[in-house]
Design a protein around this ligand. Sequence first.
Ligand SMILES: NC(=O)c1ccc[n+]([C@@H]2O[C@H](COP(=O)([O-])OP(=O)(O)OC[C@H]3O[C@@H](n4cnc5c(N)ncnc54)[C@H](OP(=O)(O)O)[C@@H]3O)[C@@H](O)[C@H]2O)c1
Length: 248
Amino acid sequence: MAENGRYAVVMGATSGIGYEVARLLAAQGWKVGVAGRREERLRLLMESCENIVAAKVVDVTDVHAPAALLDLVQELGGMNLYFHSSGIGFQNIALDEAKELPTVETNCVGMARMVGEAFRYFAGRPEVEGHIAVISSIARTKGLGAAPAYSASKRFTSHYLEALSQLIRIRHIRNLTITDIRPGFVRTPLIEGSPFPMQLAVGPVAEAIVRAIRRRKSVVTINVGYRLLVFFWQLIPRWLWVRLRIAA
Ligand SMILES: NC(=O)c1ccc[n+]([C@@H]2O[C@H](COP(=O)([O-])OP(=O)(O)OC[C@H]3O[C@@H](n4cnc5c(N)ncnc54)[C@H](OP(=O)(O)O)[C@@H]3O)[C@@H](O)[C@H]2O)c1
């Protein structure tokens, strides 16, 4: 098993940001294992990239998903980076339960399930240089009336990662880095057809993510325009924010 090689698992690699990051890591010489629910896409991804050497169908909402992750790591030959891109999201002004609850199940429960397994994997192997990077979103900044579960799930993700960053100090875990990645709107299937402003191309976003991983950043907001926007956005007091009718 590789201890300090460059072995990456990308969860949610079948489309969008995860797809681009998996290909970029592979192009930069990482050995990559990919996962997601769509088997055909995983197969195509493996065929298209020499360094994508293992794939596994994983549904993060399934209680057996952590075991599937460990199988994938075994097949890959090790894990130094666990990159979690799996996520769903909806505009949901009707507060449709069929959208709200799966969002919580995937983005909160599924994320905690998989990140927890990766954390225990690295914590139990002090000789392995480990890194967990997870995509939250700038949607974490405030509760969004148009996307309640989505914005709340991203706040959950962000807080969870902050908690794990403190936990590694509490437990004196010296071989693990945690990165919270917060992109603005990115042109992927997740927001296809939406009128959102300031949409970023997925290629440069993936490059910024891989750069942040290489630099072992703890938090990164992508990109500079969104860093500025978030800076002012978080200054808006609650009494004013809840009165703003922001819906796409
Ligand atoms: N696009 C944006 O504007 C934007 C902005 C900020 C943050 N983000 C976040 O970035 C992440 C990636 O989103 P994206 O924009 O790349 O969207 P995307 O193209 O729809 O990709 C989402 C990925 O998540 C996977 N996924 C969804 N449910 C899953 C499940 N139950 N188990 C395993 N994998 C699952 C999908 O794979 P399968 O369907 O094959 O399972 C797919 O690979 C998400 O967390 C999203 O919230 C996106």
